[in-house]
Design a protein around this ligand. Structure first.
Ligand code: 13P
Length: 309
């Protein structure tokens, strides 16, 4: 068993109406939960870590954790760097043994973003590692932008086609209305499907990536707040929207917030009900189970990825 690239997973997903779940993990419990869920669903799996997790846990630890998870669960999986901020971070993770990387130059002007992506692609492809890039900006309710200025930041379809041709990137994250975190929408959730369809038509063989896809389940938020948390006005992407996006070129769906909410809600409950407990194996277990539950639900009921391994 090994860490594999996302290429065969995306080739399969692109031909069909499902998407592969990419779940952000930052410790042992999240790895175990995500892997157990994917195993139970016989689904393809991408584990991903951000640079802040690389700094928090250590890239070498994350590689060994992912390898151990793959070995003990008995299936190959992808370990992906999410939002690599510069060439050095991508190079470092490739050298650690990550099997996929993202270079996020989305804050840069088009030409600089493309040049940075090209540089990472050259290094990564020489090592057999595929690269994800991002074009357009993910702005959320928290950014305080008007609806018009939010959509002005969305991915331009013609630019997407030019960007893919210029850089040779393997997959492309698009901005169509989602954003990171628990506060995505002020009003009704909205994704720009016309834009997504245009992008997919112009780059039909490029797997597209949906960032910021957490659904922010109200039950997790309510439980968290009942036990001392303070999360107010959180709003996620509709499950049906994610399902529809998978029909128009979205092959990879990024989920982080939902896992964190599942963990913290159960952790708060457990600690409130067991004030004398101080064993992490006990107080982290209900959260680990809840993370497994939400990952399984997303794989099966939202992404349609059960049985696709
Ligand atoms: P969420 O915050 O919606 O889970 O998004 C995670 C993500 O896109 C990581 O890249």
């Amino acid at each position: 068993m090994a860490l594999i690239t996302s290429k065969p997973m995306f080739a399969k997903a692109l031909k069909s109406d499902y998407a592969v779940g990419a779940f952000n993990i930052s410790n042992l419990e999240f790895v175990q939960a995500a892997v157990a869920a994917a195993k139970a669903e016989n689904a393809p799996l991408i584990l991903q870590v951000t640079p802040s997790t690389v700094n928090y846990a250590g890239g070498a630890y994350m590689v060994k954790l992912a390898e151990a998870a793959s070995e003990s669960a008995g299936f190959d999986l992808v370990l992906h760097l999410d939002h690599g901020e510069d060439f050095e971070m991508c190079k470092k993770c490739i050298d650690f043994g990550f099997s996929s990387v993202m270079i996020d130059g989305s804050k840069l002007p088009f030409g600089e973003n493309a040049a940075l992506v090209k540089k990472v692609v050259e290094y990564a492809h020489a090592k057999g590692v595929p690269v994800e890039a991002e074009l357009g900006k993910l702005a959320g309710a928290e950014d305080g932008l008007s609806v018009d200025s939010r959509s002005a930041a969305f991915t331009d379809p013609a630019e997407a086609a030019e960007f893919v041709a210029l850089t040779g990137v393997d997959s492309l994250a698009v901005a169509i209305g989602t954003s990171h975190g628990a506060y995505k929408f002020k009003g009704e959730p909205y994704l720009d499907f016309d834009r997504l369809k245009k992008i997919h038509t112009l780059v039909p063989s490029t797997p597209l990536v949906l960032h910021g896809a957490s659904t922010v389940p109200p039950a997790f938020v309510e439980k968290c707040n009942r036990y001392g948390g303070s999360i107010h006005g959180g709003r996620g992407v509709g499950e049906d929207m994610i399902r529809d996006a998978a029909k128009h070129g979205i092959c990879k769906v990024n989920i982080s917030t939902d896992l964190k909410l599942a963990m913290v809600a159960e952790l708060r409950k457990y600690l409130a009900e067991n004030p004398a407990e101080f064993d992490p194996r006990k107080y982290l277990s209900p959260g680990k189970e809840a993370v497994q539950g939400i990952v399984r639900h997303i794989i099966r009921d939202v992404l349609g990825a059960s049985g696709r391994r």
